[in-house]
Design a binder for this molecule. Structure first.
Ligand SMILES: Nc1nc2c(c(=O)[nH]1)N[C@@H](CN(C=O)c1ccc(C(=O)N[C@@H](CCC(=O)O)C(=O)O)cc1)CN2
Ligand SMILES: [Mg+2]
Length: 300
């Protein structure tokens, strides 16, 4: 079998275009422009790239982008004061604090200071609790993107056995909850799990967010299963020249593609969906704050 490639780059482009259309419609009908505030503390090079990309894509979708770049030594009080200001700014519908934060800042405290209705990352305890209890709430971007990718393969997820590898608050836990809300039979494995290959062989769907390059092997996968690779690992690539690197996921892509029914690539899979879903969440937050009807995006 050669797996169908789920093209995250193309799907993300469709989603962004769908967001852009609704943004233009809201602007025309109500004179409202959705606005996203992104806060970056410090100079982590990967975070710099993601924040730049978020700002660029926000503007391309016709929304307002407000960027706050704070120095590495910013105090918790300064950061909380900024969040308080953004919470009451009517032009700001979405607030995102790029993670990871420098070690002296308490990210739980900072995230829980965001108005839950503006928490477009879906990390606030209120949104986490609501998603966990199957209520409508803001869903974290990466898991939302994974669910949209799964919707390309399965019109209905009910009764599927899903294995999530990794139990981070950003991906693994919310992914498990969303799959459970969709009536899957869900297993969440993590670094203390002892029998992951055996669990994987039972799964119709495997979602991997472990941060371990090449963790998932072909012999773990049930023939025809769908494999969603959330891993983003930069590894040395001496074949490209001295000091060069390349990006790989948590899945041995070539061998797993021979067994799986569908698979996401890295790069160009889940990653691009993350930022597209951020735009979708910002638009939804704007609609909710103004009591506009919830937009239909990618038919869902
Ligand atoms: N506040 C948040 N912080 C972080 C999040 C988040 O959702 N909210 N997620 C990650 C980083 N991230 C967005 O912030 C992110 C990671 C990767 C990609 C992406 O498009 N990856 C590309 C490859 C890009 C490359 O070449 O390096 C891909 O997979 O194709 C987008 C966003 C942690 N922090
Ligand atoms: Mg995140």
């Amino acid at each position: 079998m050669t797996a169908q490639i789920i093209d995250g780059k193309a799907l993300a482009a469709d989603l962004r275009s769908s967001v852009k259309d609704v943004v233009a419609q809201i602007k025309a009908e109500h004179g409202v422009i959705p606005g996203l505030a992104v806060v970056l503390v410090g100079n982590d090079p990967a975070s710099e790239v993601y924040v730049r990309s978020k700002g660029k894509q926000t503007v391309e979708a016709g929304m307002n982008s407000f960027e706050y770049r704070l120095s590495e030594d910013t105090s918790e009080e300064e950061l909380l004061n900024l969040i308080t200001r953004l919470n009451s700014d009517p032009e700001v519908h979405g607030i995102l604090v790029q993670l990871p934060l420098p070690a002296h800042l308490d990210s739980k405290l900072v995230i829980n200071a965001i108005d839950p209705h503006k928490d477009v990352d879906g990390f606030h305890t209120t949104n986490v609790g609501m998603v966990g209890t199957g209520q409508d709430a803001i869903v974290p971007c990466t898991p939302r993107g994974c669910m949209m990718m799964l919707a390309q393969i399965y019109p209905d997820l009910r009764g599927k056995t899903a294995l999530v590898i990794g139990h981070s608050n950003i991906v693994g836990k919310p992914m498990g909850r969303l799959l459970l809300n969709a009536d899957c039979t869900v297993i969440v494995a993590h670094k203390s799990s002892t029998n992951i290959p055996e669990l994987a062989r039972m799964a119709d769907i495997v979602v991997v967010a472990a941060g371990v390059p090449g963790l998932v092997k072909a012999e773990w996968i049930k023939p025809g299963a769908t494999v969603i690779d959330v891993g983003i690992n930069r590894i040395p690539a001496p074949e490209r020249g001295e000091g060069k690197t390349r990006l790989v996921g948590d899945v041995c892509f070539d061998e797993v593609s021979e067994v799986a029914g569908a698979i996401t690539p890295v790069p160009g899979g889940v990653g691009p969906m993350t930022i597209a879903c951020l735009l979708a969440n910002t638009l939804s937050a704007c609609c909710h704050l103004h009591s506009f009807p919830e937009p239909t995006l990618l038919g869902v």
